[in-house]
Design a protein around this ligand. Sequence first.
Ligand SMILES: C[S@@+](CC[C@H](N)C(=O)[O-])C[C@H]1O[C@@H](n2cnc3c(N)ncnc32)[C@H](O)[C@@H]1O
Length: 258
Amino acid sequence: MTGAPTRPARPVTPTTILAELLDDLVTRAGAGADADLVRARDLAAGLDPYLDEHTSPASSALVELEARTRSAAWTGALEQEMLSGHVEGRFLAFLVAMTGARRVLEVGMFTGYSALAMAEALPDDGELVACELDADVAAFARDRFAASPAGRRIRVEVGPAADTLERLRGTAFDLVFVDADKAGYAGYLDTVLDGGLLAPGGVVCVDNTLMQGLPWTGDRTANGDAIAAFNRRVTDDPRVEQVLVPLRDGLTLIRRSA
Ligand SMILES: C[S@@+](CC[C@H](N)C(=O)[O-])C[C@H]1O[C@@H](n2cnc3c(N)ncnc32)[C@H](O)[C@@H]1O
């Protein structure tokens, strides 16, 4: 990445993709656009701003982290759209506080937004272990963690998450947030469940389980297929119960079956 400003974020969630499609239709229809079409566009386009406005604000450290992520010029596999952001960050922080989690594991850290959001909700002696493959983006995140008091609760593990999870076998976490390579999701969940990584009563949160709507519409892509297969596997897995929450690009909460 470099310091040059990059393009505006593109839509990457079912709602924002829908809003963009409807906006194109309204534009194409011109002055004669059907009132119901305009209403459908406004419903879709207004949802995220409404959620933002009515969710408690992010800390100044998170606002700064997001601004720096948005203004960096990303290359290769990384892009600004990977950042989870305000509402999802608040949701994850709420889960940490609500469950009384003391130990959190994150698989896929990027610039550290969700890691720092969750760390801010941990008690003083809490710890968050964040796995990240890319050493440069890990350095970006570490720089932001150093600028926040909650950052000292975060330990970054650089390398393939599968290797880190193997090393962590037997270390229990109260909350696990999976947000890395989609093809790896099933393996991560298996290691977490079978490798002693989930504390009794612990919750696993898995991101992007709607994957831009690809599992039920549109073109086949590797990520869409991986998420479709993962969702089917979890649905059929007698070890767990789950709920798919339509937050941003979909967040599935998973716990062991009673
Ligand atoms: C969607 S981003 C994470 C976003 C972050 N959780 C947030 O809220 O801002 C996915 C991250 O997973 C990392 N990643 C991809 N494959 C990985 C792997 N095998 N092991 C560890 N991290 C991986 C990518 O480098 C990327 O930074």
